[in-house]
Design a protein around this ligand. Structure first.
Ligand SMILES: [Zn+2]
Length: 247
């Protein structure tokens, strides 16, 4: 379990401009940048370590993100990140209202609501003794609650040995961070959070090959892993969008 808390990340990111973004919003953006980074790291590890994926790669990346949020953080911080991540999947949708939205069934990602419920289920299933109220608060139906412990066990059996292998390799500098500093306030927040996250990971683990993580404007709301150049690109526009949909 990592000692660094999200607050530590945010402390790094509270310069003069912080007054323009309230703490709740900046916490929401920071937490989502962390969980999105973990998702992209899933794609990177699948590529670098040639991991077999018997299903949709996007789902496997989501599962790694849930496992790492549970593994890396103390309970209180993990819960805060989990709430933000769940609401990040919802975007501007209100789960308590029966809103009908067009679903892109052709997309490589699962539908947003399915990703939301699966994330909540995995997070609950990782510590059911303490997280039942959270699962209920996040509207996980009773019908799904019963399978979550087994779902997390399977997730942990799949990703656990991979994480163990990386941490067994010890500290290193295999994840390199690169940022375009000519960014807006949202970009600065994303940049500080991801830089701190990369630093923490390098203290905990080493990857078999070098991975570059860039935070930069891309002209679109996105984050992705490019296997051709072995780079994770976190677009600063994503941070701005998250601030806009922050609940
Ligand atoms: Zn993905």
């Amino acid at each position: 379990m990592r000692c660094i808390t999200l607050l530590v990340c945010l402390c790094l990111a509270v310069p003069a401009w912080a007054g323009r973004m309230d703490k709740k919003t900046s916490d929401f953006v920071a937490a989502n940048m962390v969980s999105i980074y973990y998702h992209e790291l899933g794609h990177a590890l699948i590529d670098i370590m040639k991991l077999p994926i018997y299903g949709q790669e996007e789902d496997a990346a989501d599962v790694l993100s849930a496992v790492l949020i549970h593994d890396f953080f103390k309970e209180e911080t993990a819960v805060r990140i989990a709430y933000a991540t769940a609401f990040g999947f919802l975007g501007d949708r209100d789960i308590t209202k029966a809103e009908k939205k067009e679903v892109d069934y052709w997309d490589v990602h699962g539908p947003d609501l399915q990703r939301y419920y699966t994330f909540v289920c995995l997070f609950y299933g990782a510590n059911p003794a303490e997280r039942l109220a959270i699962a209920r608060d996040l509207n996980l139906p009773e019908g799904r609650l019963s399978t979550c412990e087994d779902e997390f066990r399977l997730a942990n059996n799949s990703w656990g040995p991979v994480i163990k292998k990386l941490t067994a390799a010890g500290a290193g500098r295999t994840i390199r961070f690169l940022a375009d500093h000519r960014v807006d306030n949202y970009g600065k927040l994303a940049l500080d959070v991801i830089e701190a996250e990369v630093g923490s990971m390098n203290k905990d683990m080493s990857l078999p090959k070098r991975l570059l993580v860039r935070v930069e404007p891309c002209g679109t709301v996105n984050a992705f892993y490019d296997p051709k150049i072995r780079e994770i690109i976190m677009c600063t526009e994503f941070a701005k969008w998250l601030a806009e949909v922050s609940p």
